[in-house]
Design a protein around this ligand. Structure first.
Ligand SMILES: Nc1nc2c(ncn2[C@@H]2O[C@H](COP(=O)(O)OP(=O)(O)O)[C@@H](OP(=O)(O)OP(=O)(O)O)[C@H]2O)c(=O)[nH]1
Ligand SMILES: [Mn+2]
Length: 179
């Protein structure tokens, strides 16, 4: 087995190369790669997660959805397990947004433990990002709707990681969103 350090560096570099043209929707146009790195960091730092499959999947979680990356490419470079988790957290972008949002709510309870961890950290990052700054062209109502929707997805992810769920609940409660 290849040592862990080069394995992790390959994942972080792959994500950086794939997301290099992409920016977040905030006014500062933050580099998109801050998000997948931040999601992986939430898992190690706040979730106490050390499973390399989960951390690699977190680093790679938006590559298929948001870049030209194929599932085959993830398989070839990172193996079947990581690819399966990334596939599980990838929205079908050929579907309209409302259907994709509903699908996340419907599928959350049936996701693997690994995929649930990535989804919890992804939501935690994005909700914190909404607290930090509002994406350009989002109304206050849209922000609130995102919190309400995220709480429904998180409902289906419960029983996975106490610490992450606790921190998500604090964010929902601060917005008066029922948990
Ligand atoms: N809060 C926030 N989100 C931003 C920003 N820039 C990009 N995003 C991304 O936008 C997505 C949420 O925006 P929506 O309009 O609801 O989703 P959509 O792009 O998939 O239609 C998230 O995708 P995702 O990571 O795939 O997660 P999810 O929303 O599908 O769970 C998030 O990562 C930003 O500045 N702030
Ligand atoms: Mn994401």
């Amino acid at each position: 087995m290849e040592p862990l350090m080069p394995q992790m560096m390959r994942a972080v570099n792959f994500a950086a190369v794939k997301h290099k043209m992409q920016r977040r929707k905030d006014m500062e146009e933050t580099p998109y790669i801050n998000h997948p790195i931040g999601v992986a960091y939430i898992l190690t730092e706040e979730g106490d997660i050390t499973d390399p499959v989960v951390i690699k999947a977190a680093l790679l979680h938006d590559t298929i959805e948001d870049t030209d990356t194929s599932l085959e490419e993830i398989k070839k470079n990172f193996g079947e397990k990581v690819a399966a988790v990334v596939a599980e957290v990838t929205d079908d972008k050929s579907k309209p947004s409302a259907q994709r949002k509903q699908a996340q709510i419907d599928h959350a309870p049936y996701a693997s433990h690994e995929a649930k961890l990535v989804k919890l950290a992804d939501k935690l990052y994005n909700l914190r990002d909404l607290k930090r700054t509002t994406p350009t062209d989002w109304s206050e109502e849209r922000v609130q709707q995102y919190f309400v929707w995220a709480s429904k997805v998180v409902h289906g992810l419960r029983g996975t990681n106490k610490m992450l769920e606790q921190k998500l609940d604090e964010l929902f409660q601060a917005r008066n969103v029922k948990v």
